[in-house]
Design a protein around this ligand. Structure first.
Ligand code: ZN
Length: 240
């Protein structure tokens, strides 16, 4: 049987997870949590690079962060829909890795796939808990599994977070993982077309946004998330 994971992070495109919550994942892994990443597409519509290059970059980024398992569902970049077929494929991954926590794309963003993936994964996380929805993997029936929570990371748009994670000490790992996608981001002297995410400004924004969220909670760096229902704590001093 596949190893159970604590956290399963989904992204519409390879690099979404690293950009949205790479430092949080690096921190959780340092705390001995087992973390997996599921990419929904290979990002084949991206202006720069190719699906094959991004496969290699995704594997390198996973290694930098210390990810236990990374899979790609090979949905169609730009055109996947939130329907029964795609939900069942996501359910199979949730039941395979049985995470307590699911992380997924920003609820709304510049790229249309992000909001779509956000809703798709969130709905699949609920449906995954219904035992009458039957799925198999390699011919073996899967048990129902519902994660305790679904949190959404933040990407291009400045979405107001519902909570933030102190990631001081882990921002360097995040940047290193993001830069593993060398076909996608700022590279001085590159001859490839310019896009919104290839500017130095965008690369810098990863650090200054984390710095600004850190400033607001009195630490050096932080990453923000939104929730779908109240965030519950066992006691008031669980908070930093
Ligand atoms: Zn994306």
């Amino acid at each position: 049987m596949t190893m159970k994971l604590d956290i399963l992070a989904f992204g519409a495109h390879p690099d979404d997870v690293e950009l949205g919550c790479g430092a949080t994942l690096a921190k959780e892994i340092s705390l001995s949590k087992k973390v997996g990443i599921i990419d929904l597409t290979r990002g084949e519509l991206g202006t720069r690079g190719s699906a094959e290059i991004r496969d290699q970059e995704a594997a390198a980024a996973a290694k930098i962060l210390g990810i236990t398992a990374r899979e790609n569902l090979r949905f169609r970049d730009g055109f996947f829909t939130n329907d029964e077929y795609h939900q069942l494929e996501v359910i199979k991954m949730i039941r395979k890795y049985r995470p307590e926590i699911v992380l997924c794309n920003a609820i709304d963003d510049r790229h249309i796939d992000h909001g779509k993936a956000s809703k798709l994964v969130s709905e699949a996380a609920f449906l995954s808990g219904l035992r009458r929805i039957e799925t198999t993997i390699d011919g073996i029936p899967q048990d129902a599994w519902r994660p305790k929570v679904v949190y959404h990371y933040i990407q291009w748009k400045n979405i107001e977070p519902d909570f933030v994670v102190d990631v001081t000490g882990f921002i360097d790992s995040k940047i290193e993982a993001v830069l593993a996608y060398s076909s996608q981001f700022y590279e001085p002297g590159s001859q490839e077309p310019i896009t919104p995410i290839t500017s130095k400004n965008f690369l810098d924004s990863i650090t200054y946004r984390a710095q600004d969220l850190g400033r607001l909670i009195g630490t050096d760096f932080a990453e923000g998330f939104t929730v779908e229902r109240y965030l519950a704590v066992n006691s008031l001093d669980n908070l930093i």
